[in-house]
Write a protein that binds this ligand. Structure first.
Ligand SMILES: [Zn+2]
Length: 189
């Protein structure tokens, strides 16, 4: 059982991470943005620890310096077993439906948005923990391509577009030009 080798990962949940941050506002450092940034920092630390745990439990064990993009991809695939996002297979009658009317046996995966955010945090954590930017396994092309692939696959399977909606600004019609009235006819007097 591969699950047994990762006992601490059972509760790993990217989408509903419970943070034990008690911010009672007693410190003078509290600013309106501090709760957001400490939330991010906490999540980043948790992700980094999880990845470290993954490397430690890896067979054979891996050190960070040995870690390549291939291991990052392996890690992302491994996380899918804890996913909570239904991704319909091509054969499923609900393929492409954002709100399926009934349950189906399709697998649960990590949502693309969660993975994308996770990679961003790990990429930052890698360099904060002394990793060299040029050796950052989270920033390599293969990882970016994998994430793009997951995004395309999930957007088709779930009928959801991940493209950010562009706000159309009314440019041309903002200052409508009024038709110029014809010059008054020469007054015949
Ligand atoms: Zn399905």
């Amino acid at each position: 059982m591969p699950m047994d080798s990762f006992p601490e990962m059972d509760s790993f949940n990217l989408e509903n991470a419970s943070l034990n941050v008690s911010n009672n506002g007693a410190t003078s450092l509290a600013t309106p943005s501090s709760s957001t940034s400490s939330r991010y920092e906490n999540q980043k630390r948790r992700d980094w620890n999880t990845f470290g745990q993954y490397l430690k439990n890896h067979r054979p064990p891996l050190s960070l310096s040995m870690c390549s993009g291939a291991h990052v991809l392996e890690f992302l695939r491994y996380l899918d077993q804890f996913g909570k996002t239904k991704v319909h297979t091509f054969n499923c009658p609900f393929y492409g439906l954002p709100n399926p009317p009934a349950p189906c046996p399709c697998p649960l995966r990590q949502a693309w948005g969660s993975l994308d955010a996770l990679i961003g945090r790990l990429r930052a954590a890698f360099e904060e923990n002394g990793g060299k930017p040029e050796a950052n396994p989270f920033g390599i092309r293969a990882v970016r391509l994998y994430l793009r692939e997951v995004r395309d696959l999930q957007s088709k399977a779930r009928g959801i577009s991940y493209e950010k909606k562009k706000r159309k600004r009314p440019l041309a019609n903002q200052t409508p030009t009024l038709p110029v009235p014809p010059p008054p006819p020469p007054s015949a007097s």
